[in-house]
Design a protein around this ligand. Structure first.
Ligand SMILES: NC(=O)C1=CN([C@@H]2O[C@H](COP(=O)(O)OP(=O)(O)OC[C@H]3O[C@@H](n4cnc5c(N)ncnc54)[C@H](O)[C@@H]3O)[C@@H](O)[C@H]2O)[C@@H](O)CC1
Ligand SMILES: [K+]
Length: 495
């Protein structure tokens, strides 16, 4: 089953649709799910500090506290807000808490000792920067250094953008209600959420409201590539061209080319723009190096990646335009994106191309494409990726923690794999080569993009699990691990 992702306004729509269908106990369901998860995580330990805020997130916390108390846990609740202003469901939850003899504290007792904190301060209703007592409380909880179970979303995190409202609770676990939200998975989300759990509250969300966002998952992305027939030859496996490698940047094109080879392309040509370009890649002699003009004379290319080390010379401009005029599937990265951003005619060419175009910007490149700022892109990563995809009629991956893939039809995907070891030179070049290799092997451009993005991050994660990285992880190593994982997923899928 695919995992949907909804913006917070869509979660509210779902709540409304559930109410209209006669479901009125969502807060009870959420509180029970939270209590059950807390009990499991406490694993025999007994005391819990519950933080309840002024809205329905606080209500969830009050319900969870009531169940934990009934199960004989030692529970203290700190409530910050005005009880008279609680929304109706939360007010009921408070009455039920008081009815079993529960009390409310207005600050964390200085001498208290707890095994876990349950964070029900703010959920998807957080609407502005934290300040005053709320801000102090968030900082105080973070200083306590205890395991924290965040309800719905760590308080302080924006459920849609993954940005913090000045500060946010560092959770060790987050229990997301109804469905995932993008802010848990992108930008700062992964830094604050810890392990993410989802409880659907027994709602079949996709049946109620068609999702546009999905989580990338191994079972989905790996299904795109099938085992090869024994009777295969390199022509069947496709030919990739890499265009880039201007003076002092040959390495970028070589990295992309090597990654394409390792991801299984039958033949890979790297056309380097540098005057003193090498004639052979000594480290990877399987790679065929050629002059840029030669690349366009080949009649058997299946995909062309333009950009790694391309530079912005007049020759680069002319070659990019030539590439856009072909009907080949194109992967555009780095300076190809920067040139696209400043040449309106090339944007028009991109929109009307017959072949698919895949753009792989990081946030600064996306900002140039949208005449925006990196800050604004990061504030709206999903929206930015879908906007580029729709404006330029192309597939997009907006790279960075929780990469966003977007299609021109408005569908988007968030990638959960990857780690900070990938913040190093050459990682993007490798990704371009990987996407191109999968397209050359006849995956649809969208399947190739989604598989490559997921695999790229998973390969880096694999190294970190082995203790290599995140510090010092190299792009070459990621390509090697991607090859190994891909073979494992296809030929030993159980492992
Ligand atoms: N939407 C749903 O279907 C469900 C929602 N539930 C819970 O309800 C939450 C949403 O509840 P609410 O909409 O009441 O929102 P929240 O509980 O997240 O917070 C809203 C309250 O916080 C205040 N507030 C917002 N930003 C503030 C700031 N910076 N400083 C101080 N006060 C601030 C608002 O004025 C409002 O009183 C969800 O996250 C979830 O935990 C669950 O009960 C289950 C079902
Ligand atoms: K919370």
């Amino acid at each position: 089953m695919k995992t949907p992702i909804y913006f917070s306004h869509e979660i509210r729509q779902l709540e409304q649709l559930a109410r209209e269908s006669g479901i009125s106990d969502l807060m009870e369901r959420a509180g029970m799910a939270a209590a059950e998860l807390a009990r499991e995580l406490l694993a025999g330990k007994t005391s819990v500090l519950v933080i309840a805020g002024p809205g329905n997130n606080g209500g969830d916390a009050l319900v969870a506290a009531r169940h934990l108390k009934a199960w004989w846990f030692k529970v203290n609740i700190v409530f910050i807000g005005e009880t008279a202003k609680l929304p109706p469901d939360a007010a009921n939850a408070l009455q039920a808490w008081l009815a079993i003899g529960g009390e409310l504290l207005d600050a964390i007792p200085a001498d208290g000792k707890w095994d876990m904190v349950i964070d029900g301060l703010f959920g998807i209703g957080l609407a502005r920067e934290l300040s005053g007592r709320y801000l102090e409380l968030v900082r105080e909880i973070n200083r306590m250094n205890l395991p924290v179970l965040a309800l719905d979303i760590p308080s302080g995190l924006d459920a849609d953008a993954g940005q913090t409202f000045r500060a946010a609770i560092h959770a060790s676990h987050t229990l997301s209600f109804i469905a995932l939200k993008p802010g848990l998975l992108t930008a700062y989300g992964p830094d604050y959420c810890g392990q993410i759990h989802v409880d659907t509250l027994e709602l079949d969300a996709p049946a109620l409201l068609k999702p546009n966002g999905w989580l990338l998952e191994k079972t989905e992305v790996a299904a795109a590539l099938k085992p090869r027939p024994r009777n295969s030859h390199k022509g069947m496996l496709g030919s990739v061209g890499i265009l880039g490698g201007a003076s002092a940047m040959c390495g970028a094109a070589l990295l992309a080319g090597r990654a394409a080879l390792k991801l299984g392309a039958g033949r890979v040509y790297a056309a380097l723009l540098a005057d003193a370009a090498p004639a052979v890649d000594i480290g990877q002699p399987e790679l065929m190096l050629c002059a840029p003009e030669k690349l366009f004379q080949l009649d058997h290319l299946n995909c062309l990646a333009v950009g790694p080390g391309l530079g912005q010379s007049p020759q680069a401009v002319q070659l990019l335009r030539q590439a856009l005029e072909t009907e080949l599937p194109l992967v555009l990265d780095a300076d190809a994106l920067n040139l696209l951003a400043i040449h309106d005619d090339m944007q028009e060419l991109t929109k009307s191309r017959k072949g698919s175009t895949i753009l792989t910007p990081h946030s600064a490149e996306a900002a140039r494409l949208l005449s925006s700022t990196t800050h604004d892109i990061q504030q709206e990563r999903v929206h930015s990726a879908t906007l580029i995809a729709q404006r330029l009629n192309c597939l997009v991956v907006l790279k960075g923690a929780g990469s966003i893939c977007a299609t021109p039809k408005g569908e988007w995907f968030v990638n959960p794999t990857g780690n900070p070891g990938m913040s190093s030179a050459g990682m993007g070049d490798v990704l371009s080569g990987m996407i191109a290799a999968l397209i050359a092997q006849r995956l649809t451009p969208q399947s190739a993009l989604l598989l490559a993005v997921y695999l790229h991050g998973a390969a880096a994660d694999d190294w970190v699990e082995q203790g290599v990285g995140p510090i010092g992880l190299t792009a070459t190593e990621v390509a090697d691990a991607a090859r190994m994982l891909l073979n494992r997923w296809i030929y030993s899928p159980v492992a």
